[in-house]
Design a protein. Structure first.
Length: 344
């Protein structure tokens, strides 16, 4: 079933969001008491293209005859309100957010306002198309989680991007099924904008990638990896975590240049290997399930401290997962997502 939404050309700004870091999670279904499904109150806008640029604003093109007409997000929200779903009627949205796609497609972007704070969530799947009703149900489920998390954390200055991937695989019986889901909230907190970095004034950022991976179709998780790449000429990787751990808890300690920041997260049933490389400017962590376990869920929250002396902060996020079900054992990838955060 496909649903036609309002068709309005947009010129969208990169959003700053005020929030603290948190552990992202899923809801099995959007059914919390008192929660009204997000899509029921949102304006559905049919678009065919969404692009981002390092030196200019994000651009959204619609399936409209008036292709040259553009509006800023603030102008659109003045007319339509705060809650908006951008979609292509169940087909992929053409986009340049991927440096490498690895079979993934962008199907929707949800713009949500929670307590006066704008949220932007990208919905990505490794399939060719999706029933519109299923897509809206997926958005309602995740937006309920976003609202619950945002309403229960203290606010601090930062920029946040939310991503939701669904991974599918064709089993040995020839049927394509969903094997897993991955929700990630990557938070950018600028700790300083005037620190001396090798004699040059620059910014210090803490980047915190909070994810939850779930297996589907009676499967379990074999391994999961996260990579945060900041390899740009004006950027350095200064500190990162966690380091290798054989314990049940992983600890991240970001140190140097500004006050330290530390947090921990449980890794029950998994071991973590730190594969980060300071010279190559990336943090990378691999989580392997213990042989005696068959975990269906895992939460991770690695982080890096980065410096930047010129222009926007450029970050490349990528993740992989190996999931086994009775029908298939498959390796999945999010592709490589490029994120531009306004800075200097």
């Amino acid at each position: 079933m496909k649903i036609k939404g309002k068709i309005i050309p947009l010129l969208l700004f990169s959003a700053f969001i005020l929030t603290s870091t948190f552990n992202v999670s899923f809801a099995n279904q959007a059914s919390s008491n008192g929660y009204d499904a997000f899509s029921k109150n949102a304006e559905l806008i049919e678009v065919n293209e969404w692009n981002q640029y390092e030196n200019s604003e994000e651009l959204c093109k619609t399936n409209s005859m008036q292709k040259n007409k553009k509006q800023t997000i603030s102008e659109v929200e003045d007319k339509l309100g705060d809650n908006i779903i951008l979609h292509n009627n169940g087909d992929p949205i053409k986009t340049n957010i991927f440096e490498r796609k690895d079979g993934n497609e962008l199907f929707a972007i949800a713009l949500n306002n929670i307590n006066g704070i704008e949220q932007k969530t990208y919905y990505i799947k490794n399939i060719d198309d999706i029933d519109m009703k299923s897509l809206l149900n997926d958005i309602d489920t995740q937006e309920e989680v976003n609202a619950t998390v945002e309403n229960n954390i203290p606010m601090a200055s930062s920029s946040v991007r939310n991503y939701k991937w669904d991974f599918y695989a064709t089993g040995k019986d020839g049927v394509k099924r969903q094997q897993g889901s991955l929700a990630t909230s990557i938070s950018f907190a600028r700790r300083s904008k005037s620190t001396s970095i090798n004699g040059v004034k620059g910014s210090v950022w803490d980047i915190d990638s909070s994810s939850q991976l779930l297996s589907r179709s009676n499967g379990f998780i074999n391994n999961h990896a996260t990579r945060i790449d900041v390899n740009q000429p004006n950027q350095t990787l200064y500190s990162w975590g966690p380091y290798d751990s054989g314990k049940t808890t992983a600890t991240v300690s970001l140190n140097g240049l500004v006050n330290p920041k530390e947090w921990s997260f449980p890794i029950n049933g998994f071991s973590v290997n730190d594969d980060s490389k300071k010279g190559s400017k990336y943090g990378r962590w691999t989580y392997n399930a213990h042989i005696s376990t068959a975990p269906k869920k895992m939460n991770t929250r690695p982080g890096v401290r980065v410096t930047n002396t010129k222009g926007k902060l450029v970050t490349k996020l990528s993740q992989t997962a190996k999931i086994a079900t009775p029908y298939a054992i498959s390796n999945h990838s999010t592709g490589v997502i490029t994120i531009y955060t306004p800075d200097r």
